[in-house]
Design a protein around this ligand. Structure first.
Ligand SMILES: Nc1nc2c(c(=O)[nH]1)N[C@H]1C(S)=C(S)[C@@H](COP(=O)(O)O)O[C@H]1N2
Ligand SMILES: [Mo]
Length: 443
């Protein structure tokens, strides 16, 4: 029984070991000629590599072989930066998965460079993505008039909507389960809440005719299976019609008013906020309207499913005893200050963060500095819209010098609160919504 406390930061090595050309493309935006193993860094990639190395320039960059990890990075276990991603910690998994440290999620609206990345397969190569020719196909046995739309047609034919939507991976917090569950060892950073602009999934589905027997939708993206097998999908999940038809369920082409970042699904993605991030399909190419629960890749138990009854840690659960995760549980983050700071005695400390509750809203956030013995209500803001996270802030005073922990606990509109310790162990390590805590030294 080993507990993995911190994410392994050797992700760069794992990534390069598997497929150096793909790693180069993801990390530096370089295309490598497989024959010569040489490649050319695009300007942006060169700038990113130069910055990551802390150098003024790389004078012989044009001679650098493709698929080579720069020695300065190869010799350290420091987290490294992904192109377009600022300070994200890359987890030791393939393909690329990276989470955001809590203090870098302090913005009210998560910027693109701070949004986590969770890839189940190999993203389409950036050079192969042309938003002008990209099409979205709507079909399926419960679709009356299957149709295809270019992005321009989506923009032209349907009303545009912008919502701030929270996306959290079902496995966020997995690293705290004992015995450990396999998968990315997310700590707290597989959550984000940017704004998305697009058209309502409902409007597009209705234009294509939803038959009376429709129960579910499923998505397909342009990414490919990590094994390289073209007959396998990396992931193809979906939601029941009731969720698909909500106002906030979007087919989005923009995030925070700009193109969606490449690793987050450029040029088109599905966004169904408040549910496990896995229902929000990236690099979206096709949506099927189904007369049964969608049976795409990673729909079946134990993927994104929980045992229907509490189980003892380490228990093997029969597949028939799992239920698919729908709305995510109530949760919160302390995004300021950063854990580990030193604070001057006698001065008030302003503490702040966000809280969210799946399909519900948050009714209360409380703060404790005495390991949960007493709690003080924080000031809680309204969400920008339904399914957006809510900001909270509190002012904290410490009675004397020494070590403190600040704990935050949110309660949803059904009166359900976050647990203080890790909740029910489950085989795949989903839904850890334990209170977030940070350390403060008062000196
Ligand atoms: N096509 C495709 N869509 C996908 C995935 C993927 O691997 N491929 N990962 C899913 C999972 S598990 C999550 S948590 C979210 C993560 O979104 P992000 O990488 O933009 O943060 O995307 C979802 N959509
Ligand atoms: Mo996920």
């Amino acid at each position: 029984m080993s507990k993995k406390k911190t994410p392994d930061t050797r992700g760069l090595h794992a990534l390069y070991a598997d497929d150096p050309a793909q790693a180069d493309r993801l990390v530096w935006g370089r295309d490598v000629d497989p024959e010569s193993r040489r490649g050319f860094l695009k300007k942006s990639g060169l700038a990113a590599m130069t910055a990551a190395l802390g150098a003024a320039a790389i004078p012989f960059a044009d001679k650098m072989p493709g698929g080579l990890i720069p020695a300065a990075l190869a010799q350290t276990n420091e987290p490294f930066m992904l192109e377009g991603k600022d300070g994200l910690v890359v987890l030791n998994d393939r393909p690329i998965n990276a989470e955001t440290p809590a203090h870098l999620l302090d913005d009210a609206v998560t910027p693109g460079n701070r949004m986590f990345v969770r890839n189940n397969g190999i993203p389409p190569a950036l050079k192969d993505i042309d938003p002008a020719t990209w099409t979205l196909r709507i079909e399926g046995e419960s679709c009356a008039n299957p149709m295809s739309f270019s992005i321009a047609e989506l923009k032209e034919k349907f009303e545009h909507h912008t919502y701030q939507l929270q996306i959290e991976c079902g496995g966020n917090g997995r690293s705290e389960f004992v015995p450990s569950a396999s998968g990315n060892q997310w700590t707290t950073g597989a959550v984000a809440c940017p704004t998305f602009t697009g058209v309502r999934l409902r409007d597009v589905l209705e234009a294509c005719g939803i038959k009376d027997d429709a129960v579910y939708i499923g998505y397909y993206g342009a990414d490919t299976h990590a094994s390289g097998d073209p007959n396998k999908d990396p992931i193809s999940r979906g939601v029941p019609m009731s969720k698909a038809l909500e106002d906030e369920s979007l087919i989005a082409w923009a995030m925070n008013g700009e193109d969606i970042p490449y690793l987050n699904g450029y040029p088109l993605r599905l966004v169904c906020g408040g549910w496990p991030g896995s229902v929000s399909g990236k690099w979206l190419q096709r949506i099927v309207i189904r007369n049964q629960v969608h049976n795409g890749a990673k729909m079946a138990a134990p993927s994104y499913s929980m045992p229907r009854y509490p189980v003892a840690p380490g228990t093997e659960v029969p597949k028939s005893d799992f239920v698919t995760i729908e709305s995510m549980p109530v949760k919160s983050l302390v995004t300021f200050p950063r854990s580990g700071i030193t604070h001057a005695k006698g001065e008030k400390l302003e503490v702040r963060g966000h809280a969210w509750a799946g399909d519900l809203a948050v009714s209360k956030v409380e703060i404790s500095i005495d390991f949960g013995a007493t709690w003080h209500e924080a000031e809680l803001m309204e969400p920008a819209n339904r399914l957006a996270w809510q900001h909270w802030k509190a002012s904290v005073e410490f009675p004397e010098i020494g070590y403190y922990e600040i704990w935050a606990r949110a309660t949803d509109t059904d009166g359900v609160s976050q647990p203080m310790v890790v909740p029910g162990w489950n085989p795949k390590g989903y839904l850890n919504n334990a209170c977030h805590r940070i350390a403060v030294q008062v000196a």
